[in-house]
Design a protein around this ligand. Structure first.
Ligand code: ATP
Ligand code: MG
Length: 758
């Protein structure tokens, strides 16, 4: 049981408790995910068949990493564990069972864009005011109904919903939901929420199917349980009902998806659902320094609604948390980029040791620009997926039509791309005809001569024949051959090839990349079915990160805090700590929304292992105008003893910034600009990343510093001349505190510092 040695007694207890319901509620970094990983390894080592284990994770990437770790302990058997996100696991099950629910097994998965496209068409047909019935609002209402297992029929009947103050203004909601659901069904398509909604329907309507999966999944584990919604909760509960071998892990303080229907009550109800549940609490944080753990405890203690937890770290105390102030968003980017550059060279770190986390996607722009200017390699996680690019979606739409010709979104996308003289009027006619004759749009297309007038019938019929030819020709082809055939014969490849602009070239290369990916898939040896239909199955569920060709690349990671859940990095920069940004403006109306923002801040700071840096800007461009920003209230809430303020940024030489700077120079805390402050101004304690660069003495060469003594005078390549004040630690990790004339005190690790003894 060698592998159990990497666990503390509480963790080991949870790993060894393989029978019955188990819940682990614990703070960030306490090893919850590690427990799941070891538990699965332990189950397999104890003789449980990997096919009987189901693990639900927050991202596909998390599942992949977990599987790799388990493989280290149990070998290739780990391949057989069912592991992935709720969506990907249940999509797989629905493929097998779809026909019971009236769907083809090749059903299409509509991504959010596809759903919006269907809704937009419906709203237009119904002539509804697109302000009152905005696509985003309508989609989120439908999504929330589905996640609460309210079908369109129940929605229409549910007076509670209709009486809801806001919804009473939108009397057509029920009709929209009905039309949307019916249209998706007719198109043989499920949207993201359907993957859970329909799974529930399947398990409810077919007791034999439920029974089959209850016996298949004898052991269930769910990570990040605090963020499950009702629909997910019920699936898990049903599947676990026979064996009750269910283990969930979570942290109520990290529940950050209430806006998407996540329900913290799922954790609180676990003991009610399973009175025999064994509850484990993990209190030791292994991830972060004591300062980081203390600061995160102090943040979350401002929330009224939370389970009391005692979290401590036995790691080193660590540096204090650095707070940086910038005068604009661009300058914030520059400060962060320079700080990373400096920290990396001073302490011999890798780019991949750094992460920049932000509240909103828009903030990445300033960060990216600054990193690019400095030549720092970076990668944005959770951004627009490769599969969401226009040209990729176009080609995939042809694939989708080939396997599911009823897929209306795909049809609309490519019926006239590349151009085939099928105008919008003709497309409208197809839709109307289909409605009139109670046929599918595909049936109209394939019998165009019968339903459309002569002029438009010709091109439409040709299009139908083209898709039919794909269906026949690609039948026994490998995924790659089929994809290439479709790319060529649809005319899409040529259309992109003929576009010689830079963007055109780029799009052509993207298609090449997709085809390469499909080729790799065709050549895989670990799977039997290699048709294009199999390749297509989960494509809508893939995110940018799953398509990562080089996951271990040496790059700085950029992502929103929401997508950083569960991850960890040695050095973390949380940026944009400003009122109305973080906490976000939308959260300021209710305590519960504000508390969710605070939990988000807690998630952000708890990603850091060694160093945490927080920054804010005093002005920022928003919708094209420069606005003044106040520091976030979250900064006020942190106990100042954990902080180190770096207010030494030199603002850009504009009068606006100069005024700002002078105003700020008189202040020390985060109090709002107007508030008087009684504390004396705090001088910068650390160096400014923007301090004037030192030009080394001609012929500068680092000296051997093994005999460095306090009091000695030195020259540093970048920081200039200084005097050694203190040496601490043992070789080879001796740290020197040096007073540099230009920038003040600085701690350097001697083995990396380039110093010349003067
Ligand atoms: P989060 O709430 O952020 O998801 P978590 O509770 O899932 O955190 P893990 O990611 O499992 O925590 O663990 C945090 C870090 O601590 C990981 O690097 C993990 O390997 C390490 N760790 C956990 N337990 C131990 C242990 N007993 N010994 C050594 N390292 C540990
Ligand atoms: Mg975790």
């Amino acid at each position: 049981m060698d592998y159990l040695e990497g666990l503390n007694p509480e963790q080991r207890g949870a790993v060894l408790q393989i029978k019955g319901p188990v819940m682990i509620i614990a703070g960030a970094g306490s090893g919850k995910t590690r427990v799941i990983t070891y538990r699965v390894a332990h189950l397999i080592r104890s003789g449980v068949d990997a096919f009987n284990i189901l693990v639900l994770t927050f991202t596909n990437k998390a599942a992949k990493e977990m599987r790799e770790r388990i493989t280290h302990v149990v070998g290739t058997e780990a391949r057989n564990i069912w592991m992935g996100t709720f969506h990907s696991v249940f999509a797989k099950i629905l493929r097998v069972e779809a026909e019971k629910l009236g769907y083809p097994s090749n059903f299409t998965i509509y991504d959010t864009d596809d759903s919006k496209s269907v809704l937009r068409a419906i709203l237009k047909e119904m002539n509804l005011d697109d302000k009152l019935y905005s696509v985003n609002h309508v989609l989120s209402r439908i999504s929330s109904a589905k996640n609460n297992l309210i079908s369109w029929m129940e929605y229409a009947k549910n007076e509670q919903i209709l009486a809801d103050d806001n919804e009473s203004r939108r009397p057509m909601m029920a009709k929209i939901y009905e039309t949307y659901a019916t249209r998706c069904f007719k198109a043989g398509a499920m949207d993201f929420d359907d993957l859970l909604f329909k799974t529930n329907e399947l398990l409810k309507r077919y007791p034999d199917v439920l029974n089959k999966y209850q016996h298949k999944f004898k052991y269930l584990m769910v990570d990040e349980y605090q963020d499950t919604n009702f629909s997910q909760y019920l699936i898990v509960k049903k599947l676990a009902a026979v064996t009750e071998n269910i283990c969930v892990v979570g942290d109520d303080a990290q529940s950050i998806y209430a806006f998407r229907g996540a329900n913290i009550q799922n954790i609180l109800n676990f003991e009610k659902d399973y009175p025999d549940a064994k509850i484990f609490k993990l209190e030791q944080n292994y991830r972060s320094t004591q300062n980081i753990v203390n600061i995160s405890n102090s943040i979350i203690s401002n929330n009224k609604e939370q389970l009391k937890k005692n979290v401590f770290s036995q790691n080193e105390v660590g540096d204090r948390i650095k707070v940086m102030r910038a005068f604009s968003d661009n300058e914030e980017g520059k400060m962060v980029a320079e700080a990373i550059m400096q920290d990396r060279s001073t302490n011999g770190l890798k780019w991949s040791d750094f992460a920049i986390l932000y509240r909103t996607n828009a903030q990445s722009r300033a960060m990216e620009e600054a990193l690019r200017k400095m030549g720092t390699p970076y990668k944005i996680y959770g951004g627009l997926s490769f599969y969401q690019r226009k040209e990729i979606k176009d080609l995939i739409a042809y694939f989708r039509l080939t396997f599911n010709p009823n897929d209306e979104v795909a049809m609309k996308r490519v019926i006239n791309y590349p151009k085939r003289a099928i105008g919008d009027t003709t497309i409208d006619k197809i839709i109307i005809s289909a409605d009139q004759h109670k046929l599918t749009q595909w049936e109209i297309i394939t019998s165009a001569q019968m339903y459309l007038d002569g002029r438009s019938a010709g091109p439409v019929a040709t299009f139908g024949t083209l898709i039919q030819s794909f269906q026949v020709v690609t039948k026994n082809m490998t995924a790659y051959d089929a994809a290439l055939h479709i790319a060529q014969h649809s005319g899409l490849l040529k259309d992109l090839y003929d576009d010689k602009s830079v963007e055109g070239l780029n799009r052509y290369e993207n298609i090449q990349e997709l085809l390469n990916g499909i080729k790799e898939f065709s050549e895989r040896e670990d799977i039997e079915e290699k048709g294009l239909d199999v390749f297509m199955q989960d494509i809508a569920l893939l995110t940018n990160d799953d398509n990562d060709k080089n996951p271990n690349a040496e790059t700085v990671s950029l992502m929103t805090i929401h997508s950083s859940k569960g991850l960890e990095f040695p050095n973390v920069y949380v940026v944009g700590l400003e009122e109305n940004l973080f906490p976000s403006q939308m959260s300021l109306n209710s305590r519960s929304d504000l508390e969710e923002e605070r939990r988000l801040f807690y998630v952000a700071v708890t990603r850091a292992k060694t160093k945490l840096n927080i920054s804010y800007a005093t002005s920022r461009f928003k919708f094209g105008t420069l606005i003044n920003c106040e520091p976030s209230r979250f900064l006020d809430e942190i106990d100042a003893k954990y902080l180190e303020l770096d207010y030494s940024a030199k603002p850009a030489a504009s009068s606006f910034f100069e005024n700002e700077r002078q105003q700020w120079a008189r202040k020390d805390t985060f109090s709002k600009p107007q508030a008087p402050t009684s504390k004396p101004s705090t001088p910068p304690k650390t160096t400014s990343m923007l301090a004037k660069a030192h030009i080394p003495t001609p012929g500068f060469a680092p000296s051997d510093t093994s005999n460095l003594q306090t009091g000695m005078e030195v020259e540093h390549e970048r920081f200039g001349f200084g005097k050694v004040l203190q040496l601490e630690g043992n070789k080879p990790d001796i740290k020197a505190t040096i007073f540099f004339k230009e920038i003040g005190n600085k701690q350097l690790l001697l083995k990396f510092a380039k110093l010349r003894i003067v």
